[in-house]
Design a protein around this ligand. Structure first.
Ligand code: SAH
Length: 404
């Protein structure tokens, strides 16, 4: 029978102080158990844990009375006869015991476990112990959960909540493991036009998908209406995933959505994402900072125009990264020149990074407006102004490296 034990604050005795014992001790501590190790000698790990006060270590051989009143015993000495004895003493006292050297005279087995939010997957072998085989099965099952391939929607004990999930710049494999798992828990997904929208195709048909990126008349849904949708669905007890491009808090209006939920008394959490501001340049071989070239980065939006802080950055060789900046490009270039930037300062425009339409355009402060016009550069695009955008820095080297 496979049971899950709550060992938090409960006494557990571990006989043995070597590597096997140390692994068990770590797992027990992780679960909050009160651990006593009994062993004349111990390895580095147990010794350190004892000296930090994380466990108690009794430097002597294990005795039958050690099993009195404990909840669980682990027999993990390097002597199978001692382990067998401990298992018998435990059995006499009706204490469950894991015998690490014997898969048969053991009353309990430790499962190989992987954790996924509030779910734990445990795998045990009921035959001869074969830890690496069991771990392989655990890893394969865990990967399915981490990849969001298992329907994790709640059926019982549902409590409405909203999770803002950053989905990364667009490619489906640039969402975080936590983001993918939460998507598998979604009853409702509220999505935009940008980000890893390809993930939506894999959702079960019964998940409600609401696209607030563009309404039929081509206007984005106003923010207050988006907030109302989130709150309304969560009030019905549903798990609402607000899937956002990049990172929810980088020009994503995530803060407003969090406020709306808090005001409506709806539990809300945030899963960070890989922002296009940093990842679109990275993928094009542009490091926003580089030793000796740029020590600071300023991320701004084209909508605000080149405000004073941006002007200062442009004039001082700070890397300036502009989102939503295609229309404002001429204003930024002009500001750079007015602030004394070298006209040969490199500029790169990264369109639709990680999607099928991705394109990289290079130029300088003096010619990028003309080049962008000729290339008919279109949003979404990230613009990088600064020495780090020089193709010879890394971009050319990376372009020469074959991609898988
Ligand atoms: N929260 C998002 C940004 C939202 S604002 C993030 O962290 O990435 C929308 C702007 O992001 C776009 O106008 C564009 O400037 C940029 N953007 C988003 N995805 C992009 C992509 N795949 N390639 C280039 N720019 C992108």
């Amino acid at each position: 029978m496979l049971l899950s034990l709550d060992v938090a604050d409960r006494e557990v005795v571990v006989a043995g102080g070597g590597a096997v014992a140390a692994r068990r001790v770590r797992a027990l501590l992780d679960s909050g158990a009160r651990v006593t190790v009994i062993s004349p000698e111990a390895g580095d790990d147990v010794t350190r844990l004892a000296s930090h006060g994380d466990i108690r270590w009794e430097r002597r051989r294990v005795r039958p009375e050690d099993l009195d009143g404990v909840w669980l015993a682990i027999a993990a000495t390097d002597d199978p006869d001692v382990n067998l004895m401990v298992a018998r003493w435990a059995s006499d006292r009706r204490v469950w015991c894991v015998n690490s050297s014997d898969g048969f005279s053991t009353s309990a087995r430790v499962a190989a476990v992987s954790r996924h939010g509030d779910l734990a997957v445990g795998v045990v072998s009921e035959g001869a112990p074969d830890p690496s085989r069991v771990a392989r099965v655990r890893d394969s099952l865990g990967a399915l959960l981490d990849e969001g391939q298992v329907d994790l929607r709640r059926v019982r004990g549902r409590r409405g909540r909203v999770v803002l999930v950053g989905s990364g710049p667009g490619s489906s494999d640039l969402i975080t493991v936590r983001g993918a798992r939460l998507l598998a828990e979604a009853d409702v997904v509220v999505t935009d036009r940008l980000g890893a929208t390809g993930l939506l195709a894999a959702l079960p048909e019964t998940v409600e998908v609401i696209n607030v990126g563009k309404s039929p008349d081509n206007h984005p849904v106003p923010q207050h209406e988006i907030n109302d949708i989130l709150v309304d669905r969560a009030r019905k007890g549903l798990t609402v995933i607000r899937l956002k491009g990049g990172d929810p808090f980088v020009f994503g209006r995530g803060g407003e959505e969090v406020h709306a939920c808090v005001e409506a008394d709806i539990p809300v959490e945030v899963v960070p994402g890989i922002t296009s501001a940093l990842s679109a340049p990275a993928l094009a071989g542009i490091p926003p900072t580089q030793r000796g070239i740029a020590a600071s980065v300023l991320i701004t939006s084209g909508h605000a125009g080149p405000e004073p802080a941006v002007r200062a950055a442009l004039g001082h060789g700070v890397t300036v990264i502009v989102l939503m900046g295609v229309a404002a490009l001429p204003a930024f270039v002009e500001a750079a020149l007015e602030e004394g930037a070298d006209p040969s300062t490199p500029v790169a425009i990264l369109e639709s990074a990680t999607t099928a339409r991705e394109r990289v355009t290079h130029g300088t402060v003096s010619d990028i407006v003309r080049i962008a016009g000729e290339m008919a550069v279109k949003p979404p695009a990230v613009i990088v102004i600064g020495k780090v955008a020089e193709p010879e820095l890394l971009a050319s080297a990376l372009a020469a490296t074959p991609r898988p």
